[in-house]
Design a protein around this ligand. Structure first.
Ligand code: SF4
Length: 395
């Protein structure tokens, strides 16, 4: 058994040592797969034969795909993964497909404020926050139950067949001290009709006690607990320039604690961060995929009013990705993540009134359509270039 400290330590040196460390993490995490995959895949096993042919025969993703590298070796120990098929004519594993399996149908996430802050704003790790972030911590004026009631009243009429999931979206929710987190979970457990809980946080706000508490809650209440972790980039130089106060090695350590606790983990990445090339963005997706997260959210960088990055941009504009450039990167990223990682988001929509640029992100439908069209034109799909054991290149 490799200790997390050992893994993190081996990453610090960079280069070959770092690659060995990441490969070790990948192996460690891979062999602690979340049972939900097995349940999900057991359900689809037998229903359809393994078949990527309708993707692979289209040509264009290169010899790696058409030479049949979706082999038993790649899917070692998870026989059902060979049966992964994307539904609704998509070439990636959508959230709605996942929800049908895990929740039995559609869900609606009801945003709730826990009153947490963030270690990058309260001085525990840094101050001023990440350069792109507009989150402002503050006291909550309404009880969780009241927020939930109001959220359900607002959202459920739009999707009457959906089940609500309590979504602690803002800030770093597991930065709450353990006793406060326990109280929050208790409140969430009492929400009527909640199908599950989602908690957004930073990986450096996870320790063993909190990971076990979350796992215990999931087991004792029979409610899925899903964690969203902001990674944004695997490149520490970029992260440092954005005042993330958070390294990729630290991310891996927190991630592995959650994985050991058998919780679903969704990783967030941002494309178009200043100074990053498309190759670096592809590398972030590949490295995140190598950790075998349950889900991934891909975003375009939004320049939002009253953020340090917007101020920097006003003084010295830096290039932003065009819609076509973004789509090209996203399609490449989809090819490099595992076929069974849920693609929870392919384009974000920052608050419309706070968005400075790029304005093309406002038309989400156009972005999604262009992604579908580009994947089809390239004859490729999610996972087409994914290889389980490739080491991660950190810059
Ligand atoms: S992005 Fe997350 S970690 Fe960074 S300042 Fe905002 S809430 Fe904190």
């Amino acid at each position: 058994m490799i200790s997390h400290a050992g893994l993190a330590g081996s990453l610090k040196g960079g280069g070959k040592k770092a690659n060995q460390g990441i490969t070790a993490i990948t192996r460690l995490l891979y062999h602690n797969q979340i049972p939900v995959y097995r349940n999900k895949l057991q359900q689809i096993r037998g229903r359809s034969r393994p078949d990527f042919a309708h993707f692979l025969n289209l040509g264009g993703a290169g010899g790696n795909v058409s030479s049949g590298k979706f082999s038993k070796r790649v899917y070692n120990g998870s026989e059902g993964r060979d049966a992964m098929r994307y539904q609704n004519g998509k070439r990636y594993y959508t959230m709605s497909q996942y929800c049908r399996t895990r929740y039995g149908g559609r869900i609606v996430k009801v945003p709730l404020l826990s009153g947490c802050t963030c270690p990058n704003r309260d001085g525990s790790r840094g101050s001023g926050g990440c350069a792109f972030c507009s989150f402002t911590p503050g006291n909550i004026s309404k009880e969780i139950s009241e927020q939930y009631r109001e959220g359900c009243a607002r959202l459920l009429p739009k999707w009457p067949d959906a089940r609500p999931v309590a979504y602690f979206q803002e800030g770093s929710n597991t930065h709450l001290p353990a006793p406060s987190l326990a109280i929050l979970l208790g409140q969430a457990a009492a929400l009527p009709g909640a199908a599950g809980i989602r908690i957004a946080t930073r990986a450096d706000c996870i320790d063993r006690e909190k990971a076990e508490m979350l796992a215990e809650f999931q087991q004792s209440h029979g409610l899925p607990v899903e964690i969203e972790l902001g990674l944004q980039t695997v490149h520490d130089r970029t992260a440092s320039a954005l005042n993330r106060c958070h390294s990729f090695a630290e991310f891996c350590a927190g991630f592995s604690l959650l994985r050991e606790a058998r919780l679903y983990i969704c990783v967030h990445l941002i494309n178009g961060l200043p100074g990053e090339t498309p190759e670096m963005m592809l590398e972030s997706a590949r490295a995140a995929g190598a950790l075998r997260p349950g889900g991934i959210k891909l975003h375009m960088l939004h320049l939002l009013r009253a953020t340090p990055l917007a101020a920097r941009y006003a003084q010295e504009p830096f290039p932003l990705l065009s819609r076509e450039e973004y789509v090209s990167v996203v399609c490449g990223q989809l090819e490099r993540i595992p076929p069974d990682t849920v693609v929870e988001r392919l384009t974000g929509d920052g608050a419309a009134d706070a968005l400075i640029a790029p304005l093309w992100t406002r038309n989400k439908r156009a972005v999604l359509n262009l992604i579908d069209w580009t994947l089809a034109r390239r004859g490729t799909c999610q996972g087409a270039l994914w290889r389980e054991s490739e080491p991660v290149q950190i810059r």
